[in-house]
Design a protein around this ligand. Structure first.
Ligand SMILES: NC(=O)c1ccc[n+]([C@@H]2O[C@H](COP(=O)([O-])OP(=O)(O)OC[C@H]3O[C@@H](n4cnc5c(N)ncnc54)[C@H](OP(=O)(O)O)[C@@H]3O)[C@@H](O)[C@H]2O)c1
Length: 283
């Protein structure tokens, strides 16, 4: 156990919040970062470099969640990691995405550039490439439509995804941050079985005791929906690329990373849905 803290960016998000619990259980000092700076978080904003130094001060490692809705934040990530190295940080565990390895991904995509910035940072690095989070349905962008309309929309057709529980991603991150054996490793993180969005909707319906259906939209329909939600055009294109890949069958891979790294089996989507059922209740 180290006295110098691990800086957890994205600490109010799906994985960062859970990582703080994992680190606390290990007795590992952590510093949580958020743009708001309330609730014990240090102020940290990717768009305000003046917040970097106080967040990094005395930290020995970083959990890095790139800024939301920015297609290519690699310049700011590289600048931040250079500053981190200068301030004595030794290692970084960065949250990326399984989508980086889809054949649809351009060589110079923002996500690939971020991974390059991490692996060329001079720090001991680990990259996490999770598939779609189960919590997108219970805490993320899919929740409002499930609550209000019993609907999940995607352009993934019948393509399957081994949705992963954010707590399992956090568990892998905690191991990578505190145990040896993860230097210069890229971990592809999935749940234990692949299911289509329709099958995920069925599992949620069963757990919540209400009708929940999947609307399999054409690509253009999905683009319109994301545009209406205010998503930047280049980020939207990345989401649609991922959905194209899933529709074409590239998203169904299952890995044993969670069990292998954490010594605990990856959580099944049905278990996740049972535990989260209350959030989908009709109010
Ligand atoms: N969701 C998925 O299915 C999925 C799958 C694979 C990979 N990923 C990757 O995981 C990452 C995050 O996932 P998510 O979309 O589910 O979000 P999330 O981690 O649940 O939430 C985003 C976090 O980022 C922080 N944040 C946003 N903008 C920031 C800024 N300008 N400066 C500092 N912090 C900022 C937010 O904190 P505050 O608001 O408190 O500042 C929040 O804690 C993304 O890079 C995404 O590509 C997601």
């Amino acid at each position: 156990m180290h006295a110098s803290p691990i800086l957890v960016t994205g600490a109010t998000g799906k994985t960062g919040r859970r990582l703080l619990n994992h680190l606390a259980r290990r007795g590992q000092a952590a510093r949580s970062a958020s743009r708001r700076g309330d609730g014990g978080h240090v102020v940290f904003d990717w768009h305000n470099p003046a917040t970097f130094a106080p967040a990094l001060d005395g930290a020995r490692a970083i959990y890095l969640v790139p800024p939301a809705f920015v297609e290519d934040p690699s310049d700011v990530v590289a600048a931040f990691l250079a500053q981190a190295r200068g301030s004595g940080v030794e290692s970084v565990v960065a949250l990326s995405s399984m989508g980086v390895a889809f054949p649809h991904e351009p060589q110079d995509s923002g996500r690939r550039n971020v991974e390059r910035a991490v692996s060329e940072s001079g720090l001991r690095w680990t990259i996490l490439r999770p598939t779609g989070f189960a919590q997108n349905f219970s805490e993320g962008f899919l929740l409002p439509a499930i609550r209000q309309a019993g609907a999940v929309a995607s352009a993934t057709g019948t393509g399957a995804v081994a949705f992963v529980d954010a707590d399992d991603i956090a568990g892998v991150a905690a191991c990578a941050l505190t145990e040896p054996g993860h230097a210069h490793a890229t971990h592809v993180i999935t749940g234990p079985r692949a299911l289509s969005f329709g099958e995920a909707a069925d599992a949620i319906a069963k757990a919540a005791g209400r009708a929940v259906v999947h609307h399999a939209l054409p690509r253009e329909g999905m683009a319109q929906l994301l545009q209406q939600a205010g998503m930047p055009a280049d980020y939207l294109e990345m989401i649609l690329r991922d959905q194209d890949a899933i529709r074409e069958g590239y998203g169904a891979d299952v890995t044993d990373t969670v069990a292998r790294v954490t010594d605990r089996p990856a959580r099944d989507f049905d278990d996740f849905a049972q535990a989260a059922a209350d959030v989908w209740a009709v109010r």
